[in-house]
Design a protein around this ligand. Structure first.
Ligand SMILES: Nc1nc2c(ncn2[C@@H]2O[C@H](COP(=O)(O)OP(=O)(O)OP(=O)(O)O)[C@@H](O)[C@H]2O)c(=O)[nH]1
Ligand SMILES: [Zn+2]
Length: 363
């Protein structure tokens, strides 16, 4: 029936549910289903209720498990069993590294070795796409469809859902209008909305770039702290303004502003990473302790936006070779990499050095 939501639409609903602390039911392939919650929005009451339904485990990424010295038997995923006396504080501390140093959790942790981890992997993936910590309470249940119906919970077919979280979402050009800017009065801002209900992304055209020539392009990831607040911890603000200034000086260019705050982990998680950096960890270590990879962004979006705007070749303003490779792989020929080295200072030099040493950025 066309009025019924499809899996993509249900996933947008599931992300909102998880953020609100509601459970989501995942349908497995072999009759084994699961009730899942984000650990960070879970309440003590729901934890207690959920535990009565089955043998709950906490699904963590192998990155987080490594910090806890818990064994991950499923490559990228660890399934930690809950001791009988574990309450919400225990669950929270397992997932959130905020107090790792001041009050380290006492192991050893028991992790599951047998049985499939697909639903656990799907649960973590959903938490990530909801910009929550990558950790979920997973309770195996046998009749997920009934539970979802009775409790009014969102029901998702897990295999299809996980495939969809990895698929590139089509982007629709919702509106574009003139935007006179300091660097050029001939500006135009486009708002693109992904069909999967994810964050909108913006493209700012400076001047009237020729579609048949390589366009000066900046693929910029949102950084509220650097772009808006003038944070000295990174180089984003100066890079944003430097790229726009160069486009203004050359008379044209395209700035793609991708809403992938914190290299794709969201502002709350980035601030968690900053808090860990205050405890002495570098930008990459902080992401790993939280359970994330160093970079969770999807640069296919940049290629897709450029193609939608009618461009096939770019001169890319970046120090990140991954951006060049991803554009090339997804149909945009990068004719030239244009270095963008601005804004190095006392507060961000260690950060920039870490990106060069560990993430392949060019100094
Ligand atoms: N997780 C995390 N994200 C950060 C940190 N500092 C800055 N960011 C984010 O990192 C991203 C930086 O984006 P970009 O400047 O486009 O990318 P880049 O990989 O540095 O590459 P170029 O600037 O093009 O050379 C933004 O999304 C910031 O919010 C940090 O310490 N941790
Ligand atoms: Zn920044």
């Amino acid at each position: 029936m066309t009025l019924q939501p499809n899996t993509l639409e249900l996933m947008a609903r599931a992300r909102a549910d998880l953020r609100m602390g509601l459970g989501v039911v995942l349908l497995g392939t072999d009759g084994s289903d699961a009730l899942i919650f984000s650990t960070e929005s879970l309440s003590a009451e729901r934890l207690a209720t959920a535990r009565k339904l089955g043998d709950a485990v906490i699904a963590l990424t192998a990155r987080r498990a490594e910090t806890l010295k818990a064994r991950a038997y499923d490559d990228d995923v660890a399934r930690v069993t809950l001791p009988s006396d574990a309450g919400l504080d225990w669950v929270t501390a397992l997932a959130d590294p905020a107090d790792d140093l001041s009050t380290p959790m006492k192991g050893p942790f028991r992790t599951l070795r047998d049985g499939p981890a697909d639903l656990h992997r799907a649960a973590i993936r959903l938490c990530k796409t909801a910009r929550l910590l990558p950790a979920a309470l997973v309770v195996p249940i046998s009749n997920g469809a009934d539970l979802a119906r009775n409790a009014g919970l969102t029901l998702l077919p897990a295999t299809e859902a996980i495939q969809l979280t990895h698929a590139a979402s089509p982007l629709n050009d919702v509106i574009h209008a003139r935007l006179p800017m300091e660097v050029s009065e001939a500006g135009r801002l486009h708002v693109f909305r992904p069909e999967n209900g994810g964050e909108e992304h913006y493209a700012i055209e400076v001047g009237q770039p020729d579609r048949d020539a390589p366009v000066l392009t900046r693929l910029h990831s949102a950084c509220f702290t650097g772009d808006v607040m003038g944070s000295l911890k990174c180089d984003c603000g100066p890079q944003l303004r430097g790229a726009l200034a160069q486009m203004g000086a050359e008379g044209n260019g395209v700035l793609l502003y991708l809403n992938q705050e914190g290299r794709g982990i969201g502002l709350a998680n980035k601030m968690r990473a900053y808090s860990l950096q205050d405890q002495g960890f570098d930008t990459v270590e902080a992401n790993h302790r939280l359970g994330f990879e160093d970079d969770e962004r999807d640069f296919r979006i940049g290629a897709s936006l450029l193609k939608r705007l009618g461009f096939s070749q770019a001169r890319l303003l970046t120090n990140n070779p991954r951006k060049v490779a991803m554009l090339d792989r997804h149909g945009i020929e990068v004719i030239e990499r244009v270095a963008l080295k601005v804004g190095r200072g006392a507060h961000n030099s260690a950060y920039l050095d870490t990106k060069a040493a560990k993430s392949g950025h060019l100094l």
